[in-house]
Design a protein around this ligand. Structure first.
Ligand code: SF4
Length: 203
């Protein structure tokens, strides 16, 4: 598997914010979001390691954490994502896979999917339906309440909505608070959250 980095920190985003986390960042992404803060995850100049599933599991087992966050880039581009998740489960930690939702593989039910849709141009794969733990929307200029309301059924099924402030920008916060109010009037709850690791200047 093509790995950009494996490192320990705290989870800076979403439902598990603040927990100790081991991050496994894979190379490659099928999208090119303007505000992407991990461009190195698909830059051909990035030095990556080719690791077997067993190598990754061994490294994870050597570094205690509450959470294992599998991220990218887009982790679903990795052919061995399923065997990796299966091999990590015996470590008995929460496992979160962060994805843009455009590629699906039937991972074990124990895996927490943090899906970050990229409206208006991309919809998530229908097979995520009923499996989403968290829907994270980066509050950028094009985001509107209607893009989130399009996922009403998933939210009713239990997906938590996160409105993530883009790069700690004031205008993004202002817009997030407005969208939060709009969702509330549609009886939907959303959490407005920063990226904690950026505030604390952690990796
Ligand atoms: S999907 Fe994620 S990793 Fe890929 S370009 Fe967008 S923000 Fe970056």
């Amino acid at each position: 598997m093509k790995v950009v980095e494996i490192f320990s920190s705290i989870e800076g985003e979403g439902a598990f914010m603040g927990l100790s986390a081991l991050f496994i960042r894979f190379f490659g992404c099928n999208l090119r979001c303007a505000w992407c803060d991990t461009k190195e995850s698909y830059d051909d100049r990035t030095a990556c390691e080719e690791l077997e599933v067993a190598d990754i599991v061994r490294r994870a087992s050597e570094r205690p954490s509450s959470l294992i966050t599998i991220t990218g880039g887009e982790p679903f581009m990795q052919r061995d994502l399923l065997p990796l998740c299966e091999a990590l489960l015996p470590l008995k930690r929460r496992i979160k896979v962060e994805t843009n939702g455009t590629i699906f593989a039937d991972l074990p039910r124990e895996i927490f999917f943090a899906v970050s849709p990229k409206p208006p141009n991309f919809r998530i794969d229908r097979r995520f339906s009923g499996r989403i733990g968290e829907l994270k929307f980066v509050v950028d200029a094009p985001l509107e309440s209607k893009h989130i309301l399009a996922y009403r059924d998933e939210i009713k099924r239990g997906a938590k909505v996160v409105l993530q402030i883009e790069s700690s920008k004031k205008e993004s916060l202002k817009k997030a608070l407005l969208i939060q109010r709009e969702l509330l009037s549609a009886r939907l709850e959303a959490a407005v959250l920063p990226q904690l690791h950026k505030i604390f200047a952690l990796p």
